[in-house]
Design a protein around this ligand. Structure first.
Ligand SMILES: NC(=O)c1ccc[n+]([C@@H]2O[C@H](COP(=O)([O-])OP(=O)(O)OC[C@H]3O[C@@H](n4cnc5c(N)ncnc54)[C@H](O)[C@@H]3O)[C@@H](O)[C@H]2O)c1
Length: 254
């Protein structure tokens, strides 16, 4: 029962952006969760969000422009990291150092070494590190997972995932980091693909080997489509082709 669970005080970092309201709405529906503080480097978008939360569910919810100051003053139980990807690792590591559990938005980080640093920091602090792969909880996916796990559809021989999520230029214009090396260290491979690849591994199992093919289409500064191949245990193979653009609008690159 919810009332028997410990009450958890959350801090939302990157609260002024697009994904943060989803975290806010979810936390507002959990009886034992409180939004203890919010932070964004941009007070123009972040402060009004904190004010809305303070008015609706969390009177006095303070707003910060520096997550380190928030961590030192508020000492939250859990930090939700809703910033662009390059800040996931440093903010998560700071969160663990401050004694919090961390829920970071996907992708976990933009470099494997940073992901390893996050895991090491979580282990050292004895705290939980979670990455937000909410697609796993869609009823359709839960049903598919049950069908695979209970053997109802027999052994998987080959799995193909095609994820044609459309992202128009309006999306890429929403924030300057989108689709740039400097801003996100890639594009579709780090932004949309993680959901697809996570579901693939969730349903088909962890891969033993991964390789990929990147077409030379360049529209924004980085790839918007990719083809990934995974080899799983017992020789099972799978492929994923996430493509977030409209091919006829691509400019062919090298
Ligand atoms: N799980 C999902 O389905 C899903 C959906 C959308 C976005 N995301 C992920 O969420 C993250 C944010 O995406 P978005 O679309 O909300 O981006 P956004 O640009 O709309 O918002 C990011 C916010 O973070 C703030 N910010 C940047 N650096 C900061 C820092 N160092 N400290 C505090 N605040 C900082 C920005 O000012 C901005 O308000 C991305 O990593 C993205 O991949 C996940």
């Amino acid at each position: 029962m919810a009332s028997e669970l410990p009450s958890l005080r959350f801090a939302i970092i990157g609260c002024g952006g697009i994904i943060a309201p989803t975290h806010i709405r979810a936390l507002q529906q959990i009886l034992n969760a409180q939004i203890a503080a919010m932070c964004d480097i941009n007070p123009d978008t972040g402060a009004p969000r904190a004010a809305e939360v303070a008015e609706s569910t969390q009177p006095g919810c303070p707003f910060f422009t520096d997550h380190r100051e928030l961590l030192a003053k508020i000492k939250p139980d859990v930090v939700s990291v809703c910033t662009p990807h390059p800040f996931h690792a440093p903010i998560a590591v700071d969160g663990f150092a401050a004694g919090a559990h961390v829920l970071t938005e996907k992708p976990m980080s933009i470099e494997v070494a940073e992901a390893d640093r996050m895991i090491a920091a979580a282990d050292a602090a004895g705290k939980i590190l979670a990455v937000n792969f909410q697609q796993r909880f869609r009823p359709l996916i839960e049903r598919a997972k049950a069908l695979v796990d209970n053997g109802e559809i027999g052994s998987l021989v080959r799995v193909l995932v095609v994820e044609p999520w459309l992202r128009t230029f309006a999306y890429y214009k929403l924030s300057t980091w989108r689709g740039t090396w400097a801003g996100e260290g890639s594009a579709v491979l780090l932004n949309q693909s993680p959901h697809t690849l996570d579901l693939l591994c969730h349903l088909a199992g962890e891969p033993k080997k991964v390789w990929g093919h990147l077409p030379g289409h360049v529209r924004v500064s980085q790839w918007r489509a990719g083809l990934h191949h995974l080899q799983h245990r017992r020789g099972r193979r799978s492929g994923a082709h996430p493509d977030c653009g409209r091919p006829w609008r691509y400019r062919t690159g090298g």
